[in-house]
Design a protein around this ligand. Structure first.
Ligand SMILES: C[S@@+](CC[C@H](N)C(=O)[O-])C[C@H]1O[C@@H](n2cnc3c(N)ncnc32)[C@H](O)[C@@H]1O
Length: 336
């Protein structure tokens, strides 16, 4: 049966006369006047807006808009980045593996992200781990000693040690307390230094772990040569191809870092190998999250995946790191 249409009761305010005349009470009157002004301004947009929409409707106008679009992209994205590129080209010695300070927002976002996804840890605790990184005089001392001894290192690195994407590496080790960390791609060893320091603090808190770090460049790992014995004891530096070394690694990796090269097949082969090498609570982190290899692997394996894009302070380098974790976060906390 069709529903009966209820007649709309007309109220005094519906009549045209009532619309024109404000109600008697002063508050009601002012509200009424405002509403009246608003509705009349919607009814008749200003002259230039009407002209604009007439012009925008002309055929082929989108072609004429190309310079405006280019200018907007230039002003919003290219000009700020070009200024940073130019400044750093002259002021920084780095040609790859860029280092930078995180903005405060970037650090806070990192803490929120890890607390949300890993579970069992608060944002404040992750922020405390982030703060530890700024108070490691040993790292500075090792870095400066290595630079003083090596001309090549001096020409390729800046005087100040800045912890860029390695801040995430450090926090992952502090949060997850891994027993075995595998870093594919050592370079000078800045990441390894941070990983080792996190492992050392974990060990002091009763959760020991060690690091295997691999690079095929015979000049890699220069910072590791400066390590004091108690740090040396926690690390094995292996020279060779990361896939070969991973194939021979123990099948108990709790945390794997893919930080060699942005080559999709090479990255995917790491993940295929990791199916036999990762422990039940194993976590994978890639520097090249935007490539999508780790996201696809996680999808196929029923793992959870999330990304972190840092915001660098006065630097153009914005890395997107990918993190793949087992589908149940409880696995991560097994040993904690
Ligand atoms: C981005 S850097 C590593 C940065 C380092 N993890 C850090 O945090 O300071 C990449 C390194 O991976 C090494 N590399 C590239 N392809 C490799 C491979 N197939 N096997 C081993 N090392 C490789 C390069 O020699 C280079 O030193």
């Amino acid at each position: 049966m069709p529903m009966p249409i209820r007649p709309r009761l007309s109220t005094p305010s519906d009549s045209p006369a009532a619309k024109a005349v404000p109600p008697a009470s002063s508050i009601d009157a002012s509200v009424h006047v405002l509403a009246h002004r608003k509705s009349s301004s919607h009814a008749t947009p200003p002259f230039f807006i009407r002209v604009k929409f007439v012009v925008l409707g002309l055929p082929g106008v989108w072609v004429a808009l190309i310079p405006i679009k280019l200018f907007k992209v230039y002003r919003l994205f290219m000009r700020p980045q070009m200024a940073r590129f130019t400044r750093l080209a002259f002021l920084s010695r780095e040609v790859c593996n860029y280092s930078f300070h995180h903005t405060d927002t970037s650090t806070r976002r990192l803490a929120v992200l890890l607390a949300n996804h890993l579970g069992g840890i608060s944002v404040e605790e992750v922020l405390r781990y982030c703060g530890e990184v700024d108070r490691i005089p040993l790292l500075q001392a090792i870095y400066q000693a290595a630079r003083n001894q090596d001309k090549v290192l001096r020409n390729l690195t800046d005087r100040e040690l800045r912890v860029g994407r390695q801040l995430l590496y450090y926090c992952l080790v502090r949060v997850l307390k891994p027993r075995l960390v595998f870093e594919a791609g050592t370079a000078h060893g800045i990441g390894s230094l941070l990983l080792l320091h996190a492992l050392k603090l974990n060990a002091e808190e009763g959760q020991a772990g060690r690091l295997i770090t691999v690079d095929m460049n015979p000049n890699a790992g220069k910072l590791l040569k400066q390590l004091p014995p108690d740090y040396q004891a926690l690390v094995e530096f292996e020279l060779g191809h990361s896939e070969m070394k991973l194939a021979h690694a123990p099948a108990e990796i709790d945390l794997f870092f893919h930080d060699t090269a942005n080559i999709p097949d090479h990255e995917s082969r790491h993940y295929e190998l990791l199916q036999k090498k990762l422990s039940a609570r194993g976590v994978i982190c890639t520097t090249w999250g935007m490539g999508g290899q780790l996201a696809e692997f996680s999808l196929r394996q029923g793992r959870r995946y999330f990304e972190f894009t840092n915001e660098a302070h006065e630097h153009w380098c914005n890395d997107t790191l990918g993190i793949s974790i087992p589908s149940t976060t409880t696995n991560l906390q097994v040993l904690q």
